[in-house]
Design a protein around this ligand. Sequence first.
Ligand code: PHE
Ligand code: NA
Length: 450
Amino acid sequence: MQTQFTSRFAFLMVTAGAAVGLGNIWAFPFVAGQSGGSGFIAIYLVALLVLAAPAMICELVLGRMGQASPPTALARVKVENTGKGPWSLFGWSGLAVNILVLSFYAVIAGQAAYFGYYAFSEGFSSMQPSAISALDNGFKINMNLSMLWTILFLGATLTIVSLNITKGIENAGRYLMPSLFVLLIGLALYSMSIGNAKAALNFLFGMDSFSLTTGVFMAAVGQAFFTLSVGICSLMMYGAYMGKDIHLPKAVSWIVLMDLMVAIIAGLVIFPLVFASDVTPDAGPGLIFMTLPLLFAKLPAGDAVATFFFLMLTVAALTSSISMMAPVVARLEEAGLRRITGAFIVAGIAFVLSFMTILSFGPMYDYYPLEMFEATAELNMFELLREGINNIYLPLGGLAFTLLVGWGVRKENLRRGFNIEEGPLFSILHWIIKYLTPFLLLVMIAGIWL
Ligand code: PHE
Ligand code: NA
C-alpha cells in the first residue's frame, strides 16, 4: 500500500475528522436526552475510556501492522504472529456494517445539508417557534426531499473517495476541527445565555436526574463505540495509512479528547434550548433539528451563522462517511475494480438501504418488524438498525479486535506497532487490552443474553 498521510498532524486531524461527526452533534444529544441525561453520561465516560478507547487503539494497530484492506490485514496480522484464525470474518462483516451505517448516516447528513440550504435560501429569523419545530417533520415526511439530499450526500462522499485519500480528506480534516470548535463554543455560550442553562446542566451532570437501567447502559456503551467509530474496520483502514513515526496511544488520547469535547459542547448547545422550549429531551433523532433553528432565529446574523453551522456539520459528516466507504472500496480495489467503480457500487447499495431509514422517518414510522420480542417491540426499522449496530455489533467487533491484539499478537510486535518504548505505559496498556477490556465486554455481552 503506497498511500500515506503527509504528516503527523494530518493523520491526527483526519482520524479525528472521521471520529467527530453526526455521532457527536446529532446522536449524542438525542440519545442522552432519550436516556435521561446524567446517568447515561456517567456510563458513557467510563465506556469511552475503558472499552472504546482501548478497542480503538487495537483497531488502529491492526491496520498499521496489516497494511491492507481490513479483511486482508486481519488475516495477515494473525498469520505473521501466532498462526491462522477466522479473524478476517470480522473484516468482512465490518465492511458490510459500514455500508449499513452509511445508509442511515447519509439520510441524517442530507437533512443537515438541507437545513443549511434552507437557512441560506429562506432563513429561520422570521419564523415562529411552532413553525420551526415543524421543519424537522416537514423534511422527514417529504420523501422526495429526503431522497434527493441523501443522494447528494452520497454523491459527495463517492466523489471524494474516488479522488483518493491524501488530497481530498486531509484538506477537509485540517480546517474542519478548529472551525468546528470555535463555532460550537460560541453557540454553546449563546445558547446558555438565552436558554435554560441551569436545567440543562442539571440534566446533563446533576444527581437529581441520575438513573440507570439496562437500556441506558447499553445505549451509553453503544454510543461510546459509535462516536469513536470503533468496531467496523473503518479506522483500521486509516491505521494502514498512518505514518511510522506516530505514537499510537498518544494520538488516540488526543482523538478521544477532541471527540468527547465536541459531544459535551454539543450537549451544552442543545439542552439549554430544549429546556426553554416545548421540545422534550426525549424527542428522538429530530432533536437538534427542532432546537437549533430556535437559537439561530434569535442570534444576530443568525441565518448566516446557521448556514455556516450546517455546512460545517455536513463537512464533519462527510469526513466520517468517507471513512465508512473507504475500506469497502479498498477491498474492491484489491479485487481488481477501479476506485470509482467501487465507490459507485457502495454508494448505490447504501442508497437502496437508506430506504429503511427514510421510510421509518415517514410513512413506516410505526412499523415494528420485531414486535414479537419484548426488547424490540417498539423499535422501527431505523431504530433497530441504529441500536442493533451501535449497541450490539460494535462492542462485538471491539471485543474481537482486543482479543486478537491481546492474545494473537506477540508482545514485542505489538510494542513496535504502537511505536512506544518498553516501560510502564506499555505494560499497563497491554494489561488493559489483554484482560480488562475483553473481560468487561464479555461480561456485558453475556449479560445481554441473560
Ligand atoms: N464516529 C462517527 C461519528 O461520531 C461515526 C462513525 C461510526 C464513522 C462508524 C465511521 C464508522 O459521527
Ligand atoms: Na464521534
